[in-house]
Design a protein around this ligand. Structure first.
Ligand SMILES: Cc1cc2nc3c(=O)[nH]c(=O)nc-3n(C[C@H](O)[C@H](O)[C@H](O)COP(=O)(O)OP(=O)(O)OC[C@H]3O[C@@H](n4cnc5c(N)ncnc54)[C@H](O)[C@@H]3O)c2cc1C
Length: 480
């Protein structure tokens, strides 16, 4: 028998490791629940719930192919080699197949599993599946990892033109095995079950992911460039949770986008080009994670920015986390995160810049808070996004280009539609006042809504000063 060990690849279709295991012969699937590891990684309760709900769908789908899904529990990844070795012995497993995951803990875990299995004569096979290209295979002429996205993308385009990663065939049904599937638990200790309203926003299963992808590619992708920055519009695919859990693959996304654009990456429909560009940002940050492992350890990509004098301001951090900053666009965005497990990309940048620049609070605080609430939480993309906003990352926003929450609000939510959806207490304000309720005047401003917690101009100057005092590499960027 052969085993597919499922992780963040919870799908039947276009699954490299699953197809490879099935080609070898009778196959069973295993999923290992690791509650303490997930807590240590700040995985959000809504994300864990999403994994479990998707596993239930997948168990049924695998059942139609007579592939049983076994569930085991281990507190941490350190225990996984023992759990898998015992299972392989019990079932006389000849080979174990996985799709590669990136990050130092993931790599260490897989190396330990491979070693334990091989000691028992079980072969361990891992496959490129989450990405288009193997990390380490897209390098500069001098053989280093790219640090600038546009240069990385250029090489990706060339590679995609010459060899588009094909969709992997779905396995056919096998003869039934004498092995029953385990029931998929509906909860895991330590992770609260999210509200039904949150769950309803993110139905589980490959059919739902496919429906979203098809609807986006058919109806929305052409408008993506123009509409993607407006949080009140459904301008983006909302596929991130499905991509992060592997319910849909990046290859499926790429093929769907190319189909709407006559096979072109760099020309044709500007919406499709822009969306493919985002898939490549996803790719870029995962390559960065492998190429610069310090990023996996929550260290700044630019070492000189480790010296920024971040403020220890727990009350201000709490106000940001609890959507009480007194800046409507920030508070509306944070409410969206808390209630839906997702935040619009434009707003992720706006709230991250506000925390790291106007409040001058360490980006790691924001990164952790996001991870604990995002249904699409992904180490590479989250870390990349935070370090971009904090100007500590690769190819990140220069420190002197600080977003003003007010201008961002006026520009991207001009009518205040998004703000009013999440802050009904501001419903009566007109489209000018809604961005800055203080402008309404009066001694107490708007009832039930706090005054701004910081002076934007002064806090901006404070951030500039903190970055200016760093050693010269940041200064050089100012004159680029
Ligand atoms: C501070 C910050 C934190 C972030 N944290 C995460 C995270 O934990 N997980 C996550 O998937 N994305 C993260 N992003 C990236 C981006 O905000 C989300 O991927 C996007 O909002 C998801 O919505 P969508 O599926 O509708 O995206 P679309 O606009 O439809 O994009 C399609 C897909 O491309 C990928 N993608 C898009 N933008 C980016 C990007 N900037 N970086 C990497 N991949 C991208 C995602 O997989 C996304 O689903 C973060 C961005 C910032 C600024």
């Amino acid at each position: 028998m052969h085993l597919i060990w499922l992780r963040t690849d919870l799908r039947l279709h276009d699954n490299t490791a699953l197809a490879a295991a099935c080609r070898r012969g009778p196959t069973a699937a295993i999923y290992v629940i690791t509650p303490e590891q997930w807590l240590a990684h700040d995985d959000a309760p809504c994300k864990v719930d999403f994994w479990l709900r998707n596993l239930q769908h997948l168990s049924q789908a695998l059942g139609t192919l007579n592939i049983p899904l076994l569930i085991r529990t281990a507190a941490t990844w350190e225990e996984v080699p023992g759990v898998l070795s015992a299972l392989c012995r019990k079932l006389s497993v000849a080979s174990v197949h996985v799709n590669e995951e990136y990050g130092i803990h993931e790599s260490r875990r897989d190396a330990a599993v491979a070693k334990a299995l091989e000691a028992d004569g079980v072969t361990f096979h891992s496959y490129l599946d989450q990405l288009f290209f193997q990390p380490g295979s897209v390098l500069t002429k001098t053989g280093t990892y790219f640090q600038v996205f546009s240069q990385f993308r250029k090489v990706c385009y060339t590679r995609l033109h010459s060899a588009l990663p094909p969709i992997v065939p779905t396995p056919e049904a096998q003869a039934p095995l004498k092995l029953d599937s385990d029931a998929v638990p509906t909860t895991v200790e330590g992770f609260e079950t999210p509200s039904e309203s949150l769950r309803a926003l993110w139905p589980a299963g490959e059919d739902e992911a496919r429906r979203r992808l098809d609807a986006f590619a058919d109806q929305q992708i052409s408008y993506y460039k123009d509409e993607r920055d407006y949080p009140a519009k459904p301008g983006t695919s909302q596929l991130s949770a499905y991509l992060a859990a592997g319910v849909v693959s990046p290859r499926q996304c790429l093929h769907a986008a190319l189909q709407t654009n006559q096979g072109e990456f760099e020309s044709g429909d500007i919406g499709a080009i822009t969306w493919i560009n985002e898939l490549l940002w996803r790719e870029f940050y995962k390559h960065i994670l492998v190429g610069y492992p310090r990023v996996s350890r929550h260290r700044a990509f630019r070492p000189e920015t480790e010296a920024v004098a971040w403020r220890h301001a727990p009350k201000e951090l709490a106000a940001w986390q609890q959507a009480r900053t007194g800046l409507p666009i920030i508070d509306a965005a944070m409410r969206q995160l808390l209630e839906t497990g997702w935040m619009h990309n434009r707003l992720r940048m706006v709230v991250a810049m506000f925390l790291t620049k106007n409040l001058l609070i360490d980006w790691r605080e924001g990164e952790r808070f996001f991870m604990r609430h995002l249904i699409d939480g992904d180490l590479a993309a989250n870390n990349g996004g935070w370090q971009w906003s904090a100007s500590t990352g690769t190819d990140s926003a220069p420190y002197f280009r600080i977003f003003s929450p007010l201008s961002q609000s006026e520009k991207f939510d001009g009518e205040g539609v998004f703000i009013k959806r999440w802050l009904p207490e501001l419903a009566a304000l007109n489209k000018k006042q809604v961005h800055n309720p203080e402008s309404v005047g009066g001694l107490f401003g708007v009832a039930d809504y706090p005054r701004p917690m910081v002076d934007l101009k002064h806090s901006r100057e404070r951030a500039l000063a903190a970055f200016r005092s760093l050693p010269q590499r940041q200064e050089a960027a100012e004159h680029e």
